[in-house]
Design a protein around this ligand. Structure first.
Ligand code: UDP
Length: 409
């Protein structure tokens, strides 16, 4: 039998589950249709996979559809993604035309079945054009760090975004000047998913052995798509600085996402940098390697998420939940999760990362303290139950557009 809402009671307490049912009573008459651009790979797909069954158990008819696009479209939207993160990208008129054409095709082919249509990220944002014709409530859910977006891309997207009934961002830093309400909802991890649930030591050992990792020596890990914004080369640089004095092994584990065309090129750069060092393990994991990722993190001494830009970084909460100290880039949503000196360390450079890695490798008590704090921090703030509750609150707010406070009788 699958996981039930009641199974979360043991972790989050009865009260939280009760509140979810109270809220669901107010919103469950509506169909909630999620639309994004990839069924697998990356944080959005990860969250939707876990969230839809819980919403359904609460009586909300939640569905999930994926837009169609070809390689040309995903090259354009990846450039948009990078540009919205503030990276310099050349965006031509022709690229904007590709975006418009794919949007047109999806507008023709996609059936909009939801009473509330929850559109994730820029790729499907143009579907809002359907609103004029069919009405419904439309929410744009932005998972990207848009605190300093490339002006051209943001101004191109803005007319779409402004037509939504509301926008949802992961943290206040990402809020925009928009004429529509904006809600702040942090992402979450599922503590009962294969990626996060408790594992036996034997299961962890088996996976370490499979990948020829030595359990007796420290293991430092980053789990990420091979994407420049995740800075895998910075991780290797930090590891190399530390390796001279502290023995350790480095794991860079990642797969691809179907809407990310850059992965292979970045992987080649990573392989070049790692060449000749038998202690650097580059693992290309197929989709649905959740148990293995879980075991790799549980078998690690320290976890990196050294991103240069990051909307949230589910991998951070995934590691903190396993009581691992995290060294994270001091950017975007990582700052919500890594409280410097409390749940891990925030860094600004490979040198900074190296310094913190050396410190953590040399201090078991510090690792244990940060790990415990991290677990508590995730338990309070970044579990799926809180996330589902927040979405129900946003649905409720959509029904009361002119009220600052919605009273639940
Ligand atoms: N992930 C995975 N396999 C991989 C790399 C990442 O399953 O090879 C998962 C990772 O554990 C996390 C999600 O994909 O749950 C990535 O989400 P995150 O927010 O960290 O980054 P994004 O890829 O969305 O930028």
């Amino acid at each position: 039998m699958g996981i039930r809402l009641a199974d979360y009671e043991e972790i989050v307490g009865r009260e939280v589950i009760h509140e979810m049912y109270v809220l669901a009573e107010r919103v469950k008459s509506r169909r909630l249709q999620n639309i994004n651009s990839t069924p697998v790979g990356g944080g959005v797909a990860e969250i939707l996979t876990r969230m839809i069954p819980l919403l359904r158990e609460l009586g909300i008819e939640a569905t999930w559809d994926v837009i169609k696009g070809d390689q040309g479209f995903y090259n354009v939207t990846k450039a948009f993604h990078n540009a919205l993160h503030g990276k310099r990208e050349e965006v031509t008129d022709q690229m904007l035309d590709v975006f418009r054409a794919t949007t047109e095709a999806n507008l023709r082919d996609m059936s909009i079945s939801g009473d509330v249509v929850l559109v994730h990220d820029p790729q499907p944002a143009g579907l809002i054009d359907r609103k004029r014709e069919i009405g419904r409530q439309w929410l744009w859910r932005c998972h990207i760090d848009v605190s300093a977006p490339d002006a051209r891309v943001w101004e191109f997207l803005r007319p779409y975004v402004e037509q939504y009934d509301a926008a949802v961002f992961s943290m206040p830093d990402f809020a925009q000047h928009l004429p529509i309400p904006q809600y702040m909802v942090a992402p979450s991890i599922d503590p009962l998913a294969d990626k996060n649930r408790e594992l036996t030591p034997a299961c962890v050992s088996q996976v370490l052995e499979k990948y020829q990792l030595d359990p007796e020596r420290p293991i430092v890990t980053q789990i990420s798509r091979f994407d420049r914004l995740k800075d895998p080369l910075g991780v290797i640089a930090a590891y190399k600085m530390v390796k001279r004095r502290h023995d350790c092994q480095l794991v860079l584990a990642g797969g691809g996402a179907s809407d990310d065309p850059e992965g292979e090129e970045v992987l080649r750069e990573v392989e070049q940098q790692a060449a000749g060092d038998r202690d650097i393990h580059i693992l290309l994991l197929p989709p649905f390697s959740d148990l293995e990722i879980n075991a790799l993190v549980r078998g690690s001494t320290v976890v990196f998420q050294k991103s240069i830009k990051e909307g949230f970084g589910l991998t951070v909460s995934e590691a903190l939940w396993k009581r691992k100290p995290v060294i994270g880039g001091a950017v975007g949503g990582i700052k919500l999760q890594v409280i410097n000196g409390v749940t891990g360390f925030l860094v600004h450079s490979p040198e900074g990362a190296a310094k913190r890695l050396a410190q953590l490798l040399g201090d078991r008590a510090l690792r244990a303290r940060l790990g415990e704090n991290g677990y508590q921090h995730v338990k309070q703030n970044f579990l799926l139950t809180r996330h589902v509750k927040d979405y129900m609150l946003v649905m409720l707010a959509l029904d009361h557009p002119d009220e600052d406070v919605v009273h639940l009788e």
